[in-house]
Every structure is written in structure tokens, then in C-alpha cells.
Design a protein around this ligand. Structure first.
Ligand SMILES: [Zn+2]
Length: 107
């Protein structure tokens, strides 16, 4: 018995299993072609998710920047929250950027 990855949900399963216990994919009549198209679809979905996260991170960053410049009371909790969202948005964006570059290099 070997542990393989389900072509649809990418979770670890036994190669003896005929149906994936996580996503209920039927493994009995999978052709090479079907496997290739499934792996292409799942990597496309993965990239789409990463781009969505990157977009959200950028929005948080920009909203934070805007708030930092427009809030006049520099001691207020809103100002601290704005600064935090600049930092969080920036870090999230950079991390996502690295993941996208890394996953492109791998494929
Ligand atoms: Zn599965």
C-alpha cells in the first residue's frame, strides 16, 4: 500500500482506495488525459485564489495608507488600526507574491 495524492483535492489517500474519502472522486476509470486536465484545472484554481488574495492584500494596504494620511488624530485607535492594516497588507502581498513566483517555478 502506498500513499498517493488525490488528483482532485490533493489530499493524501491510499492507492488501494477506489473512491477518495475527502472529495468522493471515483478513481476506477481515470485516464491519463483526465488526470492531466484535472491537475491543470486545480493549478489554475490555485493560481486564481492566490491572485484574489493578492488583490485583497493590496486593497487592505491601500485602504490603510489612505487612512494613515486622512486620520488627523494620531493617537486614536483608528490610526493604529490603519497603520496595522498597512503592515499586514504589505506583508500579505509580499508573501503571496513569493508563493506565486515559487509555484510558477515549480510547474
Ligand atoms: Zn479527493
Amino acid at each position: 500500500m502506498a500513499i498517493i495524492k488525490c488528483p482532485q483535492c490533493k489530499k493524501s489517500i491510499s492507492d488501494k482506495q477506489k473512491v477518495c474519502p475527502h472529495c468522493e472522486l471515483d478513481m476506477t476509470n481515470l485516464t491519463e488525459e483526465k488526470l492531466a486536465s484535472m491537475s491543470r484545472i486545480s493549478s489554475l484554481k490555485h493560481n486564481q485564489n492566490l491572485q484574489t488574495y493578492q488583490f485583497i492584500a493590496m486593497l487592505i494596504f491601500l485602504a490603510g495608507c489612505f487612512s494613515v494620511y486622512t486620520i488627523e488624530d494620531k493617537e486614536s485607535p483608528q490610526y493604529i488600526a490603519a497603520q496595522a492594516s498597512v503592515v499586514i497588507g504589505f506583508i500579505w502581498y509580499i508573501v503571496n507574491r513569493f508563493i506565486i513566483i515559487w509555484s510558477k517555478k515549480r510547474s
